[in-house]
Design a protein around this ligand. Structure first.
Ligand code: ADE
Length: 255
């Protein structure tokens, strides 16, 4: 996977992505991360990349030419390929695990990071293929969203995690949250690790973990359950949990 980040702050993304698991995957050659400084593509005397908005209003708008020229130069370097361009904007589709899974199959991805009041609409019309947001709040620029998405996509690229299985059983797999995890000691401050995890009975442990995932999802993110992949037996378990939760409500209403 080759990431190309169009930004006015290349050091910010380089520094943010050169450590830990992502940094190691870059060293191993599984990922490459290129931060392209949009300012290098301005033809203005003083290196300006932004100007006042037509029609008036607060702030500055990034000009179309340096953004488009930076992308065109990249496409030329890639031998004429035109990789997907992901524009980081709170106006985009909200990023999630299934978008990450889809993007992890690409060979090249371009992240376009805006600043100030955004980017001239004509540049966006010309090069952007996907507008993506990391949530309903506004940041000062697209660099942090790009780093969040790169981190998330990268752990789905084969070879990036030491244990590829852990990407499969994590939260949001099958639209369920992950089950609780424990490690040594067996008792911490009087709190005991669930007995079943010490039993060595793998089939029962797997079943317990699935049930914990379902229970957690019902408690914390019931909205996910609509699309959860459950067996018939698990559906019955979920119905029972839902019934118990409702009875609990009734009980607390009457006390
Ligand atoms: N740029 C500013 N805020 C953003 C957000 N929430 N998601 C993506 N890009 C952004």
């Amino acid at each position: 996977m080759n990431y190309h980040i169009l930004t006015l702050f290349p050091d910010m993304v380089r520094d943010g992505l050169n450590t830990s698991i992502i940094g190691r995957a870059v060293e191993k050659g599984i990922l490459s991360i290129e931060a392209i400084n949009i300012r290098d593509y301005t033809k203005e005397k003083h290196g300006h990349v932004d100007d006042k908005p037509y029609g008036g209003g607060a702030g500055m708008v990034m000009q179309a030419a340096p953004v488009c020229d930076a992308y065109k130069a990249l496409c030329t370097r890639l031998g004429g390929k035109r990789p997907r361009v992901l524009y980081m904007t709170p106006q985009g589709r909200v990023f999630n695990q299934s978008i990450a899974r889809e993007l992890s199959e690409e060979e090249n991805l371009v992240f376009l990071c805006g600043h100030y009041e955004g980017i001239d609409e004509r540049a966006l019309e010309m090069i952007v293929t996907d507008s993506l947001s990391i949530g309903d709040y506004v940041l000062t620029g697209g660099e942090l969203p790009a780093m969040v998405m790169i981190d998330c996509i990268s752990r789905l690229v084969p070879g990036v995690l030491n244990n590829d299985l852990s990407a499969e059983i994590e939260s949001f797999h099958d639209n369920l949250l992950e089950y609780p995890q424990y490690t040594r000691p067996e008792i911490y401050e009087g709190r005991q690790v669930p007995e079943i995890l010490l039993s060595g009975h793998h089939k029962n442990i797997d079943m317990w973990r699935r049930q914990q995932s379902i229970k957690r999802t019902l408690e914390r993110r019931p909205d996910l359950l609509e699309n959860a992949l459950l067996t018939e037996k698990e559906r019955v378990f979920l119905q029972e949990l839902t019934r118990l939760a409702k009875d609990g409500d009734k009980f607390s209403d009457t006390v």
